[in-house]
Ligand binder design. Structure first.
Ligand SMILES: NC(=O)c1ccc[n+]([C@@H]2O[C@H](COP(=O)([O-])OP(=O)(O)OC[C@H]3O[C@@H](n4cnc5c(N)ncnc54)[C@H](O)[C@@H]3O)[C@@H](O)[C@H]2O)c1
Length: 371
């Protein structure tokens, strides 16, 4: 007997919509998934946009009505890749319809709304997954294993950042990313380094933040002479303390001239250290303190680090950003079919959002905030 069909409904066809579509199209050629994803429907902001995107991305139908997509009986998994402010209404509709919800980060615009989404999903018992795709990198799993094994000793410090340059020009225009509701560098990309810090070292218990707007106005749209004020952060620094007592710092910065994907961190321990940067995502640096041999060793990703081997039998050939999404979707399909739970779920994404909000509050009050 063949595998069951799993009906996929995708909302949004921008940067992330294309990435989700690619992952659903390719996953069953790379992983032994328990069901066959069928690209049934794509919803976008208008019927014309939706049908053009459905054709381009291989979906059977397009619609300008995301509620129709969610409630269509052929849809089992709803992928939400629309702007942040739309995540909550879309997720609630999908939860009410009993669908598996695959939502992009950040989960929502405030921690309170993220909590409502989480509680609704848990009460309904639906599978949820949030797109913190950078955690799918086998080098990140390896780092967590190394930390857990005690190989670098007791952890003594964390320094992390997510820095990119896409808003480095004062003429980079407003978008949903600068929306006063849930926008800003900290929510947009800081959420990634927070999720990674939590994945590697556990919950953060206290923060002290400094959120800054570098450019007070931006054009209302690309190339427009009409400018309006920016009320969100372009750059945030925070001191953090983890529940396990480890202290450290993190930075979120979308005006980091010269940086394109600097999601990077360093973790120090009493016997060694680890360092990682997404711009070289196929390597993990491990420092060992050995007399006459001290220094960082470069560990290269390869088939010894599952699921690298699903993509390629040889090291040095490298996984890419879109491959992380394929790994994420393979785990989503398994969870949808009753297999192991694929985190981060809504609850974990709510914890990330709570941390974002605590850093923002702390910046306003100029004091430490406990979570
Ligand atoms: N996980 C990651 O690495 C990553 C990377 C980029 C973006 N994201 C997240 O993905 C989401 C989308 O970001 P993006 O960069 O793809 O944005 P985008 O602007 O490229 O795409 C957004 C899409 O949503 C559509 N849309 C807008 N209003 C809609 C409506 N009412 N109904 C249906 N569709 C609507 C737009 O037409 C567009 O197709 C955001 O939440 C963002 O934070 C995640």
């Amino acid at each position: 007997m063949g595998k069951p069909d799993i009906g996929i409904g995708l909302i949004g066809s921008g940067f992330m919509g294309r990435c989700h579509a690619n992952a659903f199209r390719s996953v069953s050629g790379l992983f032994d998934v328990p069901g066959e994803p069928r690209l049934r429907m794509l919803a976008d902001a208008s019927p014309a946009l939706a049908s053009a995107a459905a054709d381009a991305l291989g979906f059977e139908r397009g619609t300008g009505d995301w509620k129709a997509l969610i409630n269509d009986p052929s849809i089992d998994i709803v992928s939400i890749t629309a702007p942040n402010v739309l995540h909550a209404p879309m997720a609630h509709e999908a939860i009410n319809a009993g669908k598996t919800v695959y939502c992009e980060k950040p989960l929502s615009t405030t921690a309170a709304i993220a909590l409502e989404m989480t509680e609704a999903a848990e009460a309904a018992g639906v599978v949820t997954l949030v797109g913190f795709n950078f955690l799918r990198n086998p080098m990140i799993r390896l780092a967590r294993d190394i930390i857990g094994s005690g190989e670098i000793g007791e952890v003594t410090g964390f320094r992390g950042r997510h820095a990119e340059n896409y808003m480095a020009s004062p003429d980079a225009p407003h978008s949903f990313r600068t929306d006063p509701q849930g926008g800003g560098a900290l929510a947009d990309i800081g959420s990634h380094i927070i999720s990674m810090a939590r994945f590697l070292l556990g919950p953060i218990s206290q923060v002290q933040g400094d959120c800054r707007t570098i450019f007070p106005t931006r054009p209302v749209s690309q190339g427009s002479a009409d400018r309006k004020p920016v009320v969100v952060d372009d750059m945030t620094h925070a001191l953090v303390q983890f529940e396990n007592g480890v202290a450290g710092s993190l930075e979120a910065n979308w005006a980091a001239t010269g940086r394109t994907m600097d999601l990077s961190w360093e973790i120090t321990g009493t016997k060694g250290a680890l360092a990682f940067g997404q711009e070289s995502m196929n390597e993990l640096l491990l420092y060992r303190d050995e007399k006459g041999r001290s220094g960082y060793t470069r560990i290269e990703a390869g088939p010894d680090h599952p699921p690298y081997g699903q993509f390629c039998p040889a090291p040095g050939h490298h996984l890419g950003f879109n491959d992380l999404k394929v790994i994420e979707v393979a785990q989503l399909l398994a969870a949808h079919c009753g297999g192991p739970k694929a985190g981060p779920d809504f609850r974990e994404a709510y914890e990330v959002q709570r941390t974002v909000e605590a850093i923002q509050t702390s910046s306003q009050t100029r004091s430490w905030v406990a979570l």
